[in-house]
Design a protein around this ligand. Structure first.
Ligand code: HEM
Ligand code: FES
Length: 349
């Protein structure tokens, strides 16, 4: 709902979220360092730290990537999505510490610039066992840096949503680079079979959850073809829409959310202007639709955010006939005011 820079608004939920996340990270690092020190007493503290930080960053990245599909599959995971970007910044801090310690440890003693040394010190491209794995980590770190640095909504508004989203989709490229970093790095150097199995399981879980969420959404994206001769499409019965909530349908290839509130029905694009959150999974609070992902608000008749803000989504003509809700699939320009259909009048007519 912002048109200009707004500072991060802290609230007790965000503090609790961050507190739990930071405690879990501290616990992970303590257990990882303690367990390795016990099992491999010959390792130096530097190596213990480098490994624990890398493992913590990668584990957190897996968690972050699972939150999106989990929230799509089960609404109970939505609270995790709400401040996912905080987890992203924490993960970047862990990855940066891991990368920085590694560079100091392995690349700072020679005459070469340490970053150049990461890129050129190993040129054995002939065998998988000796392939230089650190450049993969460096490339991933560069992507994670860009994402962490632009995570605030200030950048979302200034870069524009498509650029920001394209940049943040690069997380999957970073993930692939890190998997390569681990496969060609630590998995080649040591006989720790459980490490390979853990990596394979993590990749399978991330991939499987994305596949399951995509299948669920594809099922909901089947075009609604119940069109009347006047072009209006029969979406559902009035009573099928819970009060202050929506039913989502697919019209002309777009997801449309049909909200019912205070005896009225309004139809609007299901796609939140912030980060494409599913508006139809939100509800109406104090007269505004609240996006379930990060709480952006829109007035249902105009679908413009309240106060002096710029976010708008397209609206659709809607009518009620014989207890059925009919929506015209042609969208109006974002923010166009459309009179809601009245439920009671239509019933008595
Ligand atoms: C400048 C960038 C990076 C450098 C120079 C670097 C370097 C290294 C080195 C030298 C190791 C082997 C440590 C050892 O076995 O003693 C390692 C392992 C590892 N790295 Fe990186 N890395 C970088 C970035 C990253 C990033 C961005 C991530 C993940 C977010 C990552 C995740 C890991 C993991 C999971 C391991 C295996 C840890 C273990 O043994 O359990 N690295 N890295
Ligand atoms: S996607 Fe963030 S508020 Fe809607």
């Amino acid at each position: 709902m912002s048109t200009t820079y707004r500072p991060v608004a802290w609230n007790p939920n965000k503090r609790r979220y961050d507190g739990v996340a930071l405690s879990a990270i501290a616990g992970f690092l303590a257990v990882a360092i303690g367990a390795q020190a016990f099992l491999r007493p010959e390792l130096t503290i530097e190596t213990l730290l480098i490994r624990a930080l890398g493992a913590a960053a990668f584990t957190l990245l897996n968690v972050i990537l699972c939150i999106g599909p989990l929230a799509r599959l089960d609404r109970r995971f939505l609270p995790l999505l709400y401040n996912r970007r905080h987890l992203g910044v924490m993960m970047f801090t862990l990855a940066l510490s891991h990368g920085a310690f590694s560079i100091v440890q392995f690349h700072s003693a020679g005459a070469l610039n340490p970053i150049v040394s990461v890129l050129v010190s190993n040129d054995r491209y002939g065998t998988a066992a000796q392939l230089p794995f650190q450049p993969f980590g460096l490339a991933a770190l560069g992507i994670l840096f860009l994402m962490a640095a632009t995570s605030h909504d200030f950048w979302l508004h200034n870069l524009t949503a498509p650029v920001w989203k394209a940049l943040h989709m690069c997380v999957y490229l970073a993930y692939t680079l890190i998997v390569a970093h681990v496969i060609f790095g630590v998995l080649q150097q040591e006989v720790r079979p459980w490490l390979g199995w853990t990596l394979a399981a993590a990749v399978l879980v991330v991939f499987g959850l994305h596949l399951a969420a995509a299948r669920r959404e594809a099922a909901g994206d089947r075009e609604n073809r119940n069109a009347n001769p006047d072009g209006f499409v029969d979406v559902c019965g009035v009573d099928e829409i819970p009060e202050k909530r929506a039913v989502v349908t697919c019209l002309s290839g777009e997801r449309v959310a049909v909200f019912r509130y205070d005896g009225r029905i309004s139809a609007l694009s299901n796609v939140c202007q912030h980060q494409n959150g599913p508006l139809g999974e939100g509800r109406i609070v104090d007269g505004c639709i609240v996006c379930p992902w990060h709480g952006y608000e829109y007035r249902p008749e105009t679908v413009v955010s309240p106060a002096a803000s710029t976010e708008k989504v397209p609206t659709f003509d809607v009518r009620v006939h014989a207890g059925r809700v009919l929506v015209h699939p042609r969208p109006h320009a974002a923010g166009t005011r459309i009179e809601p259909a009245l439920v009671l009048e239509a019933r008595t007519a």
